[in-house]
Design a protein around this ligand. Structure first.
Ligand code: UDP
Ligand code: MG
Length: 320
């Protein structure tokens, strides 16, 4: 990425994280190009750029980037040294984007570029700082995944202070003010779904029905999604720690009550040895709870560990 490029602002930047998206990229680029050409014709914007981020793809994604950048000098790309995850790819793209307005969207066609003009209109008017999108259904998704996603949103609403929107996508259009606020957050454990509502500002929501990928498969396995949800909970809520403390207090009080019960039983019936089975159950129960709460503590410690190490969130192998 040249220094002269860094100094010049453009009107609109499109940031597109890609991980093995060789089958979907060209379609998306063509579609987005048509939409931006219309906006330029209408006079809403005059300069544009695309920031494609290759998150360590193993297929031809990078060669397609090179080709697109060769054919269109509005196309720029970053290529990571390995897969650092979508959050890192989004961050790198946002840090590189020079747009007065910046759009983030997926490469797979699930975020329709045709919505960009409406989103831009809302933000250009000055009434909103961000235009967000949410899908109103989850058609085409495995039912088990939808079920857990809904439970996750319900849980997050209860245990965090941020207003997380069910079905919100990472497809957004932001103004500079909004974007600078996002980039000012120094944390390494980034969970965008909560970072966006956390910074506040005014967001206008656009809704649409779920669209299937143009090609390829989702990059998120159930397990990866589960770990990502845990990251979100730990990054934006300290409630699990409170639950651990409450459980500790509850067990302590139960133990006190039980001791009183045993003493009374001994004094009245003189029966000291029976009840070994219940003792084992209690030991197992308590050590289970202890391990569980230590695990919660460990999760927070691991996150602190990541933050203090101050490792970069991504490493760029090639850029243009
Ligand atoms: N992605 C990425 N790094 C990853 C996983 C995904 O950059 O480790 C990109 C992917 O190429 C796509 C977007 O993030 O452009 C959303 O991924 P996907 O479509 O697999 O997620 P879903 O839409 O199923 O939530
Ligand atoms: Mg997708």
């Amino acid at each position: 990425m040249t220094d002269s490029r860094k100094q010049t602002m453009v009107d609109i930047s499109l940031v597109i994280p890609c991980f093995n998206e060789e089958d979907t990229l060209s379609v998306l680029y063509k579609e987005a190009n048509c939409v931006l050409a219309e906006l330029i014709k209408a006079g809403s914007v005059s300069t544009r750029e695309y920031i494609f981020v290759d998150d360590g793809s193993k297929d031809n994604t990078l060669s397609i980037f090179r080709q697109l950048a060769n054919d269109d000098n509005n196309v720029h790309y970053l290529s990571f040294s390995r897969n650092f995850g979508k959050e890192a790819a989004l961050l790198a793209g946002l840090q590189t984007a020079r747009g007065t307005f910046v759009v983030t969207l997926d490469a797979d066609g699930q975020d329709p570029p045709s919505l960009i003009p409406l989103m831009l209109e809302a933000v250009i008017s000055g009434e909103y700082d961000c235009a967000g999108t949410r899908r109103i259904n989850r058609a085409g998704e495995p039912p088990i995944r939808s079920f857990f996603a809904r439970r996750f949103y319900a849980l997050m609403k209860k245990i965090t202070d941020v207003e997380i929107i069910d079905g919100a996508r990472d497809f957004r259009l932001m103004n500079r003010k909004y974007m600078d606020a996002i980039l000012a957050l120094p944390e390494r454990n980034r969970f965008s779904k909560c970072i966006f509502p956390w910074i506040g500002y005014k967001t206008k929501w656009f809704e649409y029905e779920n669209i299937a990928r143009t090609a390829g498969k989702t990059k998120w396995s159930f397990w990866k999604l589960l770990l990502y949800s845990l990251d979100g909970i730990i990054a934006f809520s300290s409630k699990p720690l409170a639950i651990a403390s409450v459980m500790g207090i509850f067990l302590f009080l139960s133990a006190l009550a039980f001791i009183v019960f045993i003493i009374v039983r001994r004094l009245i019936w003189g029966d000291p040895v029976s009840g070994w089975a219940s003792t084992i159950c209690i030991i197992l129960f308590c050590s289970g709870i202890q391990l569980f709460t230590t695990g919660i503590l460990g999760q927070y410690m691991a996150k602190i560990h990541t933050e203090v190490k101050q490792r970069p969130q991504y490493i760029i192998r090639e850029a243009q």
